[in-house]
Design a protein around this ligand. Structure first.
Ligand code: 5AD
Length: 445
């Protein structure tokens, strides 16, 4: 059991060799407890309207510099189908605290998505009424995300003003969510001006105490249209937690150690802070979830919680390809199914006896003739194919064969009974998805 003193020592540690021990411990626990699968949760930012005045968030009501949008039922539903098509097990619906999202409207949409797809559904819609939370759970929502942001009550009140006379108590709401049967997720920002090392240690201990199913931790990124833009910390540099990738990774690693079987995302904020390495570092230091953004491109830029969030990736498919490649390059696989806490979804938990699922195998034949070999069908390619098939939740049966006299269009790969030409390893995940989605035969078991 790691205690507060030890957590604080790690948070203050700057010795990279010692920190290597922390990263390794977190990574080992991650592998033991939740495995190598990285779960992809398709994120749809359904509305950027917000009634709140949070000092850190660009969606705050007072920010008139952004256009506001609310997606229609059909738009959200289309995103759910896209998530299913991309092979995701979970859809996350996120928004500002938007009173325009009526409880009945969303309950209907939740039912429609749950009826039409096998997706687990996560909501992240702010502090909503008990009745709305109950109605959405009743309609089939599985999980709810609500970060408590910081465990320091005074700091919380300072950056997260109450809404009128309603006192904001997110810890109490998390308890209600749990009682309603939601898997609950929460978490904090790292490096909020005024956040002490002691506070961050307490944040992490609170994550353990709340027995969270999901823990989201990201660096604070100042937004120009908020009161915290260029804010001076009231603390000395020695006491103020810096909003860095390294500090965020420490918090992620410690969260993994404190709650070994939780689902912990490599958050978007980490990827925004360091586009080339952020996600990878978090995944190697305790994280096991990524939330690819499926919000239609015309809305992305408007969902500006913090600057830099609307990345360069135009389409859901392009983002998906990049994320899958990143995951495979780390030697990890892409999770299949809902990927709830301990690998089980609420729905699975409630179904009486799921029964054993037989392994499904996929036959792949790779042309190893010298021409195809020199164009890329080599050991590395086969390794990539194997990863991709496993990542799709199938058991690969890969064989090699010699030249089929089609060399000018090589490299060749046969999936099931279908021969594909000009196959590049980097596009194989995409090809495989198309193959499986097209329902071509060749899948046994
Ligand atoms: N920087 C980083 N994270 C932020 N969030 C909100 N504003 C910022 C910011 N400026 C986080 C909060 C919120 C989640 C949806 O995004 O933790 O709960």
């Amino acid at each position: 059991m790691m205690d507060r003193r030890e957590i604080l020592d790690w948070l203050r540690c700057t010795d990279s060799q010692q920190l290597e021990r922390l990263w390794q411990q977190a990574d080992r626990l991650r592998q033991e407890q939740v495995g190598d699968a990285v779960h992809l949760r398709g994120l749809v930012e359904i509305s950027n309207h917000c009634a709140r005045a949070c000092h850190y968030c660009g969606l705050r009501a007072a920010n008139q510099a952004i256009g506001r949008y609310r997606m229609s039922e059909e738009e959200v539903f289309a995103c759910a189908l896209a998530a299913q098509h991309l092979g995701y097990g979970t859809l996350v619906l996120q928004s500002g605290e938007d009173d325009g999202i009526k409880a009945d409207w969303l309950a209907g949409l939740i039912r429609r998505i749950k009826n039409a797809t096998p997706l687990a559904l996560t909501l992240s819609l702010g502090e909503r009424s008990d009745d709305a939370l109950a109605a959405w759970r009743e309609a089939g929502a599985d999980r709810y995300l609500l970060r408590f942001e910081t465990s320091d009550r005074a700091l919380y009140r300072a950056i997260h003003p109450d809404r009128g006379s309603r006192v904001s108590d997110r810890i109490a709401i998390l308890g209600k969510l749990r009682a309603l049967g939601y898997e609950t997720g929460s978490g904090v920002m790292v490096g909020i001006p005024g956040q002490r090392y002691e506070t961050l240690a307490d944040d992490l201990l609170l994550c353990r105490e709340l027995d969270l199913d999901m823990i989201g931790i990201g660096p604070f990124i100042a937004h120009p249209q908020t009161p915290l833009w260029q804010a001076q910390s009231p603390l000395s540099a020695e006491d103020q937690v810096p909003p860095t990738i390294d500090m965020t990774c420490k918090a992620v690693a410690l969260a993994r150690i404190l709650r070994p079987d939780a689902n912990i995302p490599a958050t978007t904020a980490v990827a925004v802070m360091n586009a080339s390495l952020g996600r990878e570092l978090a995944l190697r230091r305790g994280a096991n979830v990524i939330m690819p953004n499926l919000t239609p491109p015309q809305y992305r830029e408007l969902y500006a919680i913090y600057p830099g969030k609307a990345d360069r990736i135009e389409t859901a498919e392009a983002g998906d390809n990049q994320i899958r490649a990143q995951v495979l390059a780390l030697g990890r696989t892409v999770g299949s199914g809902p990927g709830g806490r301990s690998g089980r979804s609420d729905t699975e938990r409630q179904s009486p006896e799921p029964g054993p699922v037989p392994p499904v195998s996929l036959k792949i034949a790779v042309c190893m003739g010298s021409s195809c070999f020199s164009r890329g069908n080599n050991g590395q390619t086969i390794e990539t194919l194997r990863h991709c098939v496993e990542a799709a939740g199938l058991v690969p049966e890969i064989t090699g064969h010699l030249c089929e006299n089609l060399c000018t269009q090589g490299p060749h790969v046969t999936i099931g009974d279908t021969l594909y030409s000009n196959v590049q390893a980097s596009c194989f995940a995409e090809l495989l998805r198309h193959h499986l989605a097209s329902g071509k035969e060749g899948i046994d078991g």
